[in-house]
Design a protein around this ligand. Structure first.
Ligand code: EPU
Length: 418
């Protein structure tokens, strides 16, 4: 199993190319199953999650190639069953549900289990689809949708933590083929949902309001093949922003879209970061230690849960006391115990991490528990004295394209050991 070995202390400087968004590419790949025609998707990051998504598409009957960041798909016929051996490896496979129902009128889907960032129910997906006419029942760990007769409806999709990203995607994808008008109230506004809606509209769907809490979808008879370029990955960009700040470096994030990171940029600036942006990307630097922060993760445009672990790493070496509250996944704090092993002073009170900024961290062997937690440990390793070994690095390869090469390009001392 690979590990990343990081020698701390180097200030990061230079330019890094931001890849296409994983969380945009995954549902867009699923959406290509809505048409038998050929789709060409560009700027797709080469990640294990993407390769796995492609493997599932092939198992479902699609022809798929992936070369130099471009995925070409054609799904003349597809089957309607996604078994547990595929679902358990990647929760995002849930976003096949909407396209399969729209295309096949029936679906059998293994229910995803728990995961290291906490409970991740799919009740809102199933509620939204049932209201559209795809009622389901669960048995033996599977969700069965025996017969869907999709008819547009006004659907409230809010849950106890607010909106759902992939739930909104699933209902939106199914509704493109429903009869009449579907209105999703309390829809997710994330840029990735907007990117999917833009893709669906290119395919011939009639969607308005994406990017707001109310999305309207007028069903159409068929969708056709298109070309599309995936938006840049805002979480990868945010992670590299932290790499510049934690090392008091100066980094240009080429291709990053500042309009997707308004909240993150605002919070970082309020701590003393220098950040400017233009159409080409985002420049981030810190000439001195930042100040502490109080923040709460929220749905977009709030502070993203996918940046929480990285902010914990940053605040563990930032003077003062920071309070970081997780509202989306209250148990997403596995990284704290590992940061503590590196010398961080942190307590968990409910779903709030209280971080007392320390003067320095010390390198140690640490264990990655999920994608963003592993990124946080690599970031901590960049500033720690000595050597940090991040084990179980397959987590990071799920969502960061060539992170070790990119960090090395900025001057970090980081090696992948096989
Ligand atoms: N929720 C429900 N019921 C549902 C669905 C969600 O209660 O049926 C709750 C969840 O438990 C959570 C909240 O709603 O408290 C938001 O979950 P959401 O459904 O929005 O998450 P997701 O769509 O499954 C996507 C990203 C995650 C990211 C979340 C939140 C993809 C492939 N995944 O997941 O990304 O954390 O939105 O922004 O887009 C990551 O990239 O590291 C990652 C975990």
């Amino acid at each position: 199993m690979d590990k990343l070995v990081v020698k701390g202390g180097a200030r990061l400087n230079g330019r890094v190319e931001i890849s296409g968004s994983k969380n945009s590419a995954l549902p867009i790949l699923a959406a290509t199953l809505l048409t038998p025609e050929t789709c060409v998707i560009r700027n797709v990051p080469d990640l294990s999650d993407i390769r796995f998504m492609i493997e599932i598409m092939k198992r479902l009957g699609a022809k798929v190639t992936f070369e130099n960041g471009t995925v070409t798909t054609s799904a003349e016929t597809i089957i309607s069953e996604v078994p547990y051996d595929l679902v358990r490896k990647m929760r995002a496979s849930i976003c096949f549900l909407g396209p399969i129902i729209a295309r096949c009128g029936t679906a059998t889907f293994s229910e995803p289990g728990g995961c290291s960032i906490g409970d991740r129910p799919i009740d809102l997906h199933l509620k939204g689809l049932a209201e559209l006419g795809a009622a389901s029942h669960s048995e033996g760990g599977n969700v069965y949708i025996p017969k869907a007769n999709l008819v547009g409806k006004e659907i409230f999709l809010g849950g106890k933590s607010g909106s759902t990203v992939l739930g909104t995607d699933n209902v939106m994808m199914a509704a493109t083929r429903a009869k009449g008008l579907t209105i999703i109230e309390s829809a997710a506004c994330e840029p990735e949902v907007r990117d999917l809606a833009n893709f669906l509209n290119k395919m011939g769907a009639k969607i308005v309001g994406h990017g707001t809490r109310r999305i309207e979808i007028e069903g159409v008879d068929a969708l056709h093949g298109v070309e599309h370029t995936v938006i840049p990955d805002r979480i990868e960009a945010g992670t590299f922003m932290v790499s510049a700040l934690i090392t008091q470096g100066d980094v240009f994030l080429a291709g990053a879209d500042a309009s997707h990171l308004v909240n993150v940029i605002d919070r970082m600036k309020s701590c003393g970061a220098q950040i400017t942006s233009d159409a080409k990307g985002i420049q981030v630097s810190a000439t001195r230690k930042l100040s502490s922060i109080d923040l709460v993760t929220e749905t977009y445009p709030g502070f993203p849960t996918d940046m929480q672990a990285q902010l914990c790493a940053l605040m563990s070496v930032t003077p003062g006391i920071s309070a970081i509250t997780e509202k989306i996944y209250p148990n997403r704090f596995m990284h704290l115990a590992e940061l503590r092993r590196m010398g961080a002073r942190v307590e968990l009170e409910g779903a709030t991490a209280i971080l007392h900024g320390v003067d320095h961290l010390s390198g140690a062997p640490v264990m990655a528990s999920d994608l963003r937690a592993s990124a946080a440990l690599v970031l901590a390793g960049l500033i720690a004295r000595g050597t940090t070994e991040v084990n179980r690095v397959y987590h990071i390869d799920r969502g960061y394209e060539h992170i070790d090469q990119k960090l090395r390009g900025l001057g970090a001392e980081i090696e992948r050991v096989r």
